[in-house]
Structures are given as C-alpha cells and as structure tokens.
Ligand binder design. Structure first.
Ligand code: ACO
Length: 458
C-alpha cells in the first residue's frame, strides 16, 4: 500500500467538483487551499467551467497535463465511483472523499465499491463523509472549515464532522496551534491506526488528539498506539460512554461503540490518555505541545492567593502529583519575596500584595533548584499586580532559567487577566482560567511520562 505521505505533503492537488459558486463546498475547499497558501499546484476540475478562482479548470482529471498526487472529491455520492476510476487511471496516490451518502445512510455497497476501486489502483482513500484535511507543514487547508488555522504541533483526528469543524474555529479563538486536522468520517480505508502511525513519525507533530466514536481495527490500533506513545502522547476523547450514548454512536457514524470498560482497559494497556471532555482534551494537548518532560516528581506551587493555593493542593492530591516539602535553604530563598505573613511552604504564598517582582523571584528560585522538577504558578487578579506584568515576570523567570522544567499557570480575574492568559499561552507557558485545569494538565504530562519510561524499559 502506498504511503500516507501524499495525504500530508502532496505536490499537486485536484479539486473535483470545484464549483463556480461561492458557498458551495467544492468552491470553499479550493478557496481555502489557495488562500492558506498551499505550496504545490492546484487543479480545479469542473466540466462546466474553464476557470475557478482565477485558476485554469479542467473538465476531467484525465485532462490535467501533469501528475496529480491528491484528489479532493466534492461531487454527489453516486458520481464518485466513475470519478475514482479516472483518478486511478491518472495515477493519483490518495483520494479525499468529502461526499456524504455512503455507509452512514445505509449505502454499504456504494462504499464497498469506492474502496474496491481505490485498492485496484493502489490509491489510499480518506473518508467518505468528511470535511477534509489540514496540514500546516504543507500550508494545506483542504477543508471547508475555517481558513486561518493557527499552525502548531497538535494533530487532531476527528470522527465527527460537525464537531471537528466547530473545534477548528474554537482552536483559532483559543490560539491553539495545530499541525494537522484530519476528518476521518466513515474510515472506509484510512483509519486511526494508519494516521497515528504516520503522525508518530511526523516531526511537526508533538501530540495526537483523537475524537473517536469507535475503533475499526482494534488490534492494529493498540499495536501502533503502544509504539507511538513511547515517543509522543496520544489523547483520546472517546464518546459513547453511557448506554444511551452508545446507541447514539450507532446511529451517528455506525461504529460499534463496544463496552466502555473494554475501551478503558485497552487505552491503559497502550498508554493512551483518555480525556472525558473537549476542554480536558485540549487543555492536556496544550500542555504537551510546549512542556518538556519532567525529570522528577517534585512539584512547587507559587500563588498570591491562599484559597487558590489550597484548591490547587487538593487537586494535586486528586490527580496524584507530589508536592515537595521545601528544604530550609529553599524556604529561606522564597522568604525574600514575601512579607513576614507570607508562607514559604508549599504552596508558596506570596500573599495578595505580590507584584511581578515577587513572582519573578520566587519562580526563579524554584526553577533554579534541582530538587524542584515542575512549577505551578497561580495568580488572582489584584489592583497591586497588573496581570500582564505578572505574566511577563513569569516568562522572564522561565527564559532566564538554566534548567528546562514544566511550568504551568492558572490566572483568575477579568479582562486583563484574559489577555495575560493569551500572552502566556502564545509564549509557551500553558495557562488556564482555573487552578484545577492547570493541575490536571501537568498531571497528564506526568502520567504520560511515567508510562513512557515504563514502556521503553520493557
Ligand atoms: N467532475 C467534476 N465536477 C463535477 C462533476 C464531475 N463529475 N459533476 C458535477 N461537477 C461540478 C458541478 O457542476 C458543480 O459545479 P458548479 O456549481 O460550478 O456547477 C460542482 O461540481 C458540485 O456539484 P453539485 O452537483 O452542485 O454538488 P453539490 O455542491 O451540491 O454537493 C457535495 C456535492 C458537497 C459533495 C454533496 O453531495 C455532499 O455530499 N454534501 C455533504 C458533505 C459533507 O457534509 N461531508 C461531511 C462533512 S462533516 C460535517 O458534517 C460538517
């Protein structure tokens, strides 16, 4: 079987069904490809057009006077088989079938037919029933989702079309950077196992996040996942946990949801982290995208609010993080950055009068001490400490540190705090609007790191 490299880095793409009408799916895909800056060649295919979006159009892919690596197909389902035959004859390597109207509506035979044609010509097939594929490395936005996806290192695979498209827009809003977005739909050929195998070796991807309703080739998925998770984390958001949820899955993508207990056990066995909701999944992914692996278990919490520190301490216990009892010499260092009524214990309470100076000093002390392995910074917005300045102080401490350690933050407050959260996230400090989310994300990193060490020793 040919490699998936043509799916992510094709040199040329034909859009079959490149409509002349804005708002139609084929038009939007071509426009996204063009405007996002795809570096290869683009060929609109439309029997009724000579030009679409300023690009020369061809009546059929067989008329294109050049090699075509990938074809994106956006024409009604019934016409897909004959177009696939043409793609095969043309020597296309991979087809991306956007069209709906296959197995998901009971049209099993039509789906089998397109897979058969793809196999006959040794073409790989993504879909059908999908919104497309995005890969930042090739400036390729072959989707009819939002255009300006933020490039980054998180690869997102979605079995749900609508949710996937919605989350594409949401990641733009949240400033979450993506290396790839792959809509897998009916998974008639290319499935999760194929994709994680490829993305596991993809140097642009640091973490893989999958929204899944059911797994197709369970054994292959587990084998590949076990291998990939020793190199990079895989987060799965597996829907259909409840009995009713399972029934909803059956009527949505036709996947066999299977027993949730079995899924849990299987994920555990291959080091896959299971997130319970979208927020948790992306929180963790954000942390994995920018944090180094911890070198030990000792965590220090630095805060300006006692209550927030207590909540983070509770969460640390719930999530299994180990808080360091700071040795005396380290407590003495912390004391230099707090009033007499502060606390140099863990959580290190700088008190409500702390400014960026105290944050910078205490965080530097923690990052510079080799008995500390990770740091959680908490901040409640006060009138004495501008959140942006505090954020800059945190970043400065991180940049000046000689040792690379995981550092996460939680900022709670108003409009300026929201800006500070954005600033820190853009600068590689995963920052959340609650202490629990920061703790949960650091804990996920620890969980994966400990799995990775155990699995690599086997
Ligand atoms: N080769 C090339 N072009 C062709 C061919 C052909 N054989 N046949 C028709 N075309 C042209 C048409 O002339 C048209 O161009 P025009 O508008 O300039 O005339 C264009 O291709 C599109 O064809 P239409 O028949 O107008 O099809 P339409 O755009 O209405 O629908 C589509 C095609 C989008 C694939 C539809 O059938 C479909 O499946 N929609 C669902 C897609 C979807 O939702 N996928 C899952 C996504 S995930 C989610 O749920 C968000």
């Amino acid at each position: 079987m040919s490699s998936l490299k043509y799916l992510f880095s094709p040199k040329s793409i034909a859009v079959i069904g490149a409509s002349r009408t804005p708002g139609k799916i084929g038009y939007e895909i071509l426009e996204n490809l063009k405007e996002y800056g795809f570096k290869g060649k683009l060929y609109p295919i439309n029997p009724h057009a000579t030009e679409v979006l300023g690009l020369k159009a061809y009546p059929s892919i067989t008329e294109v006077p050049d090699e075509v690596d990938m074809a994106v197909i956006a024409i009604p389902a019934a016409a897909v088989p004959s177009v696939l035959e043409e793609c095969g004859k043309k020597g296309v390597k991979v087809v991306v079938v956007i069209s709906s109207g296959f197995k998901e509506v009971g049209n099993v035979e039509l789906e089998e037919k397109i897979v058969e044609i793809a196999r006959k010509y040794d073409m790989r097939l993504l879909g059908p029933n999908i919104f497309g594929i995005f890969y930042a490395g090739s400036y390729m936005n072959a989707t009819f989702g939002p255009r300006n996806v933020v490039p980054g290192t998180i690869a997102f695979i979605s079995q749900s079309g609508a949710l996937g498209i919605a989350l594409m827009g949401w990641t733009v809003l949240e400033g979450i950077g993506l290396s790839a977005i792959i809509s897998v739909g009916n998974k008639a050929d290319i499935d999760d196992a194929d994709l994680i195998d490829f993305l596991g070796q993809d140097e642009n991807t640091r973490v893989i996040l999958i929204y899944m309703e059911g797994v197709k080739r369970a054994r292959e998925f587990m084998n590949v996942a076990r291998k990939v998770t020793t190199k990079k984390p895989i987060i799965v958001l597996k829907a259909g946990r409840s009995e009713r949820g399972m029934r909803a899955v059956a009527s949505h993508t036709g996947s066999l949801a299977g027993s949730d207990v079995i899924y849990n056990a299987a994920f555990k066995q291959c080091g896959v982290l299971r997130a319970m909701n979208v927020e948790e999944a992306f929180d963790w992914a954000r942390a994995f995208a920018s944090l180094p692996e911890p070198k030990g278990e000792n965590v220090i919490i630095v805060t300006n609010g006692g209550g927030l520190g207590v909540m983070a301490t509770d969460a640390a216990q719930d999530y299994g993080l180990k808080l360091l009892e700071p040795p005396k010499d380290l407590m003495d260092k912390f004391r230099r950055f707090m009033p007499p009524f502060g606390s140099p214990r863990n959580p290190v309470d700088l008190t409500g009068q702390a400014t960026e100076r105290e944050y910078h000093g205490a965080i530097s002390a923690a990052l510079g001490d080799n008995r500390v392995h990770s740091v959680i910074v908490l901040y409640c917005e006060t009138a004495v400490a501008d959140p942006i300045k505090v954020a800059e102080g945190i970043l400065k401490a991180k940049q000046e540190a000689s040792m690379e350690k995981p550092l996460v933050a939680a900022f709670i407050g108003g409009v300026n705090t929201a800006r500070a959260i954005k600033f820190l996230n853009e600068n590689g400090v995963p920052t959340y609007p609650t202490a629990e989310r920061a703790v949960s994300s650091l804990a996920a990193l620890y969980k994966w790191s400990s799995w990775r060490r155990r699995a690599s020793q086997k």
